[in-house]
Design a protein around this ligand. Structure first.
Ligand code: FMN
Length: 201
């Protein structure tokens, strides 16, 4: 049974514990192909990618990224549960000026949802040491190293919660991650900026 697209989108959670099962490279390439087809302002398509599946490089990248600031270090991938691949997100500064980060958000979300459709977990990482990545891969200056997506088959199942009190994700006694999202009533107004009936509490 295929999962309804909206349910799939809502079920995506950042995954930080991974099974050590290899992901077939052609699956990952197809996920990048999904990113390639994302909307792009003036269709300038400023995004490029480095897919990292080589074990040595995967281990090296692990030393350059940081995880789950609210619950650090408890939220780090445990030994034996590290990511098995990464996607490095590059912006070619020759293309795309004003709206390049909008393009980037759309493309990375496409990539992560495509991965999810294959049962692959992702965590988008902006806390990344960019200088060593630039030197290691000899990435020219005209590319901005924006971020990295960690990948692997999930070894955890974070729980989605609704909260207007806190944005801080947290771990319970069994190390299960709970992820609060603001309620629909607190973010949506219909036909007016004023709170409408639906929002009236
Ligand atoms: C632009 C961006 C940067 C992020 N950077 C990090 C990061 O450096 N480390 C990390 O563990 N999670 C990072 N995250 C994941 C967020 O912590 C996560 O999306 C948030 O807690 C909500 O959880 P959810 O993705 O399960 O909905 C990042 C997410 C985004 C969108």
């Amino acid at each position: 049974m295929t999962m309804d697209l909206v349910e799939l989108i809502k079920s995506r959670r950042s995954i930080r514990q991974f099974k050590q099962k290899e992901i077939a490279q052609d699956i990952l390439i197809n996920c990048v192909d999904a990113a390639r087809t994302a909307p792009s302002a003036a269709n300038l398509q400023p995004l490029e990618y480095i897919l990292v599946t080589d074990n040595e490089q995967v281990n090296y990248l692990f030393s350059l990224v940081r995880w789950a600031a609210y619950i650090n270090p408890k939220g780090n991938p445990k030994p034996g549960q590290h990511p098995t691949a990464y996607l490095i997100i590059l912006l070619n500064k020759d293309y795309g000026k004003k709206w390049k980060f909008h393009d980037l958000g759309a493309a990375v979300e496409n990539f992560m949802l495509a991965a999810l459709s294959y049962g692959i977990g992702t965590c988008w990482l902006a806390s990344v040491d960019r200088d060593p990545i630039r030197s290691y891969y000899k990435i020219p200056k005209k590319y901005l190293i924006d971020s990295v997506v960690a990948l692997g088959y999930p070894a955890e199942e974070p729980l989605l919660e609704t909260s207007d009190e806190t944005v801080r994700y947290w771990q319970d006694g069994e190390d299960r991650l709970h992820v609060p999202k603001r309620s629909i009533d607190s973010i949506l107004r219909i036909n007016s900026f004023k709170k409408n009936k639906r929002n009236d509490k």
